[in-house]
Design a protein around this ligand. Structure first.
Ligand SMILES: [Zn+2]
Length: 463
């Protein structure tokens, strides 16, 4: 029997001293007081450490890690424009850098990576996630084909490359296989999107079945109402697993949905039969109150990606109007990879938008907001991905992180709120996924090889 004995262990919404947790294969075994450890137990002491459930990154496009630092200047309008009747090229000011110009540059990277490059850059993103304390990633995967749209000999080549990258790092992955039909309602196919296009919803369902048969944990990701027409969404509702979709990220996509369907995006997903406890709305940056009520009633979730939503100029998630809706986090475009910053930013954005403090609640306990945010960053994400992790409850997957509570950032502080509101990835010393330690003493054994391969791939891609 193997136990970990940190100075503090997060259990039942509090940090407790003198508790040991058993690792039983890939699962959490018992949590026992240190004084009651069984005779003969193998105990690893973790002095100066608090042990928490691993963070869950519920929304990632791993290859976009290759954009870092390359999209922080305005480079002029690209070849495509915003979808729909508003926000198109002609209606923009002479030139304003925006989500849509960023997207053009992201597409250029997406088309420059060969399969080795996709795998290498994905591994770099996953390595950084693991070092930051993420133990599971939901990879919203839409690179399916060769740049000219040709199918690879194995049609799931790139999905399997991304899964292989996760295996190289040791992070748990749920492959959210994207369905992508079109550039937008009434728009010609965009040559920069040829790698994404599926032939029909049956192709998507078949890919999901093939991946599952190969042992890959999967979810369905109808990209957005912009990229999937209503008849595709209805057909895709036959899938039996987690469903994630971009919703209300940009005002232009809402305008396009109203123009095509006479309804806002979340209503379109609901009409297709996709809304329910298995549904996660990624972003939901510009919902109206009816959409929030619809999601709340359906038991669906929101994956907030605060740093990307700031970086892309998407806007701020309206936390103050979202009471009763479960949240999770994603680092999305990987402008940075830091679960602590994602979590506190949900709250801080709401403070900036409303002029109030501690918007998240519950309000009556000094650790209330921190606990609610930690829940979103751990169990909330795990449930959104259909993974039994994100808690140290016996029987759940043994995905754990140890943080350095002797760090100067936490000294003299009330620890739990300080972890969430002042923590940083440098605090993470050790990471276990399914009971296997993948980061030890702030070091991942594969770091050098993974970083080297990614740098070579990005150089080759013209990065
Ligand atoms: Zn996304």
């Amino acid at each position: 029997m193997s136990f970990l004995l940190p100075d503090l262990l997060y259990s039942g919404c509090a940090l407790h001293p003198a508790l040991a947790v058993q690792i039983a294969g890939d699962r959490v075994g018992r949590v026992v007081p240190a004084a009651q450890l069984p005779a003969g137990a193998v105990v690893e002491r973790l002095p100066g450490r608090a042990l928490l459930p691993g963070f869950v990154n519920a929304h990632s496009h791993a290859f976009q890690r290759g954009l870092r630092g390359h999209v922080q200047y305005a480079s002029g309008p690209g070849p495509t424009s915003a979808p729909g009747p508003s926000g198109g090229g002609s209606s923009r000011p002479a030139f304003a850098d925006s989500f849509w110009t960023w997207r053009d540059r992201m597409y250029r990277l997406a088309n420059a990576l060969d399969p080795d490059g996709v795998e290498a850059v994905s591994a770099l993103a996953f390595l950084e996630m693991a070092r930051a304390g993420f133990t599971t990633v939901g990879e919203f995967h839409y690179l399916h084909h060769a740049p000219d749209g040709a199918r690879y000999a194995d049609p799931d080549e790139l999905a399997l490359r991304v899964v292989a990258a996760a295996e190289t790092v040791g992070i748990r992955i749920v492959l959210l296989r994207v369905a992508y039909a079109r550039a937008g309602a009434g728009l010609d196919p965009n040559p920069l999107q040829r790698r994404f296009y599926d032939r029909g919803p049956d192709d998507v369902l078949a890919a999901l079945a093939r991946l599952r048969a190969r042992g890959v944990a999967v979810g369905l990701a109808p990209h957005s109402v912009r990229a999937c027409p209503a008849d595709w969404l209805t057909a895709l509702a036959a899938f039996d697993g987690p469903v994630h979709a971009h919703v209300d990220e940009q005002p232009a996509e809402i305008a396009a949905s109203l123009h095509e369907h006479g309804r806002r995006p979340l209503q379109v997903f609901a009409d297709a039969g996709l809304l329910g406890p298995r549904f996660t709305a990624v972003h939901l940056t510009h919902p109206d109150d009816d959409e929030l009520a619809l999601l709340r009633a359906a038991g669906g979730r929101v994956c907030v990606c605060p740093t990307t939503e700031l970086d892309l100029g998407d806007g701020l998630f309206p936390l103050d109007r979202a009471a009763g809706i479960e949240l999770c986090i994603g680092s999305d475009s990987h402008a940075l990879i830091d679960p602590f910053t994602e979590l506190r930013s949900i709250e801080w954005h709401a403070r900036a938008a409303t002029g109030r403090r501690n918007v998240m609640g519950p309000f009556e306990h000094p650790d209330g907001s921190a606990n609610a945010l930690l829940h979103a960053g751990t169990r909330g994400g795990a449930l959104a991905l259909g993974v039994d992790a994100g808690t140290l409850a016996p029987g759940t997957l043994a995905d754990l992180v140890a943080v350095d509570i002797a760090d100067v950032a936490l000294r003299g502080a009330r620890l739990l709120p300080a972890l969430v509101f002042s923590g940083h990835p440098g605090l993470v010393t050790d990471v276990w996924v399914g009971g296997r330690r993948i980061v030890a003493g702030r070091h991942h054994l594969g770091s050098e090889a993974i970083v080297g391969a990614a740098e070579r791939a990005l150089e080759k891609a013209g990065g």
